[in-house]
Design a binder for this molecule. Structure first.
Ligand SMILES: *Cc1c(COP(=O)(O)O)cnc(C)c1O
Length: 223
């Protein structure tokens, strides 16, 4: 399948799911997750009109997007992977949205870099809705207070919450939890849903879906 036909199919699924939730497709932002994808697919995605992309590693994103910024001024880049504080400067310089703010030390580093670079990025707080040891994200019971700290202590522009449900569980309850936490924290955006479950996520209120493989095709396996 070509990227433009996959995109058409995804857009119609988004419209249907948004309609089921009493919303418009324009209420849902599709983030094209371009990590690990080869250049020809990236260029096909740009050709198809996509401008909002998600990446999970800072260095890989720099090599894919820094030069394309010059020819595509209207790109919006979301960081959707864990961020180490020593990469905060590079992340603030490259990305437009940081979706993975999940601890105070990182909030402090991001705030300092945004100040230094004169760039105010939108941020999402990542919530570890499944309380998984190996997964990044603040625990659900600390999420509301942490959003407040990010705003009040660090001046971060937190606009939403993000989650990655456990692979072996029904995602719906995680989506519902994220929505409840967002309402309690006073943020309106919800980044949830990937290739396998973005339609479900939209029915639970997702405003941002992060779709990789069903748009670009399977990611090439690393050598
Ligand atoms: C890779 C990734 C995605 C996209 O996954 P697909 O199943 O390929 O759609 C979404 N969100 C995050 C955080 C990811 O790392």
């Amino acid at each position: 399948m070509t990227i433009s036909s996959a995109l058409a199919e995804i857009q119609s699924n988004i419209a249907r799911a948004a309609g089921d939730d009493g919303r418009l497709s324009s209420d849902v932002t599709l983030i094209a997750v371009s990590k690990k994808q080869p250049d020809d697919r990236i260029d096909a995605a740009l050709q198809a009109g996509l401008r909002i992309f998600g990446e999970n590693r800072v260095q890989e994103a720099q090599s894919r997007w820094q030069h394309r910024r010059a020819t595509h001024k209207d790109l919006t880049l979301h960081l959707i992977g864990p961020l180490q504080t020593n990469k905060a400067a590079d992340a603030v310089a490259l990305f437009d949205v940081i979706e993975t703010v999940d601890r105070e030390k990182l909030a402090a580093s991001l705030a300092k870099e945004m100040q230094k670079q004169g760039r105010q990025l939108d941020c999402f707080v990542q919530v570890n809705t499944g309380d998984e040891d190996q997964k990044a994200g603040i625990t659900p019971d600390q999420a509301v207070e942490f959003v407040g700290t990010c705003r009040a202590t660090y001046g971060l522009n937190v606009t939403g919450l993000m989650c990655i449900p456990p692979v072996d569980e029904e995602p719906a309850m995680h989506f519902a939890l994220l929505k409840t936490l967002a309402a309690a924290a006073g943020v309106s955006k919800l980044s949830m849903g990937m290739s396998g479950d973005y339609d479900t996520a939209i029915r639970f209120g997702a405003t941002h879906v992060r779709v990789g493989s069903s748009l670009f095709g399977a990611r090439p396996v690393e050598a």
